[in-house]
Write a protein that binds this ligand. Structure first.
Ligand code: FEO
Length: 172
């Protein structure tokens, strides 16, 4: 049986992953409406990926005899200043998610819950990858500056960047 403290932290993480999925969906929708088709595609996929992060936690918590509790959450923003603004916000959000995951891992070690700690390792690795990807995208956006041509190419490139399929992700 999973300890109450760990159960609580996993439920909070479920909420954070669900919220990540919602904000990326809102950002994707803004991109779609503002002519950034590639970025929209990328972010819709990313939103699905975040939902899978949530599902993975839900399945784990149920398997360990815990109780899944979905929480209310705020509505994401509707307006964004630019593509740069969006990816800056994503990077900031992913750093926050990494911190949250590290805290859960620390709690698992404190509570000697090595099974959950081992499970959280997957998220730790995933966060390294996500932060690195977002940093790379932001570097390119910063290089392009306000040049329409540069942003056009970045948008095209984002459209070709494949997000992992949910099935692959759950299998990892
Ligand atoms: Fe599920 Fe992007 O963190």
């Amino acid at each position: 049986m999973i300890k109450e403290k760990i159960e609580k932290s996993l439920n909070e993480q479920i909420m954070k992953e669900e919220y990540s999925s919602r904000i990326y969906m809102a950002m994707a929708s803004w991109c779609e409406a503002n002519g950034y088709e590639g970025a929209a595609n990328y972010l819709y996929n990313h939103s699905d990926e975040e939902r899978m992060h949530m599902m993975k936690l839900i399945h784990f918590l149920n398997d360990r005899g815990g109780k899944v509790k979905l929480m209310p959450m705020d509505a994401p923003a509707v307006e964004y200043k630019s593509l740069k603004d969006i990816f800056e916000q994503i990077l900031k959000h992913e750093i926050y998610i990494s911190e949250s995951i590290n805290e859960i891992y620390g709690l698992c070690m404190e509570e000697k819950d090595y099974t959950t700690g081992n499970f959280m390792q997957w998220y730790i690795n995933e966060q390294i990858e996500e932060e690195s990807t977002m940093n790379g995208v932001l570097d390119k956006i910063n290089l392009a500056g306000d040049q329409k041509g540069g942003l056009f190419h970045i948008d095209k490139e984002l459209g070709g960047m494949s997000a992992k399929r949910p099935a692959e992700e759950l299998a990892e």
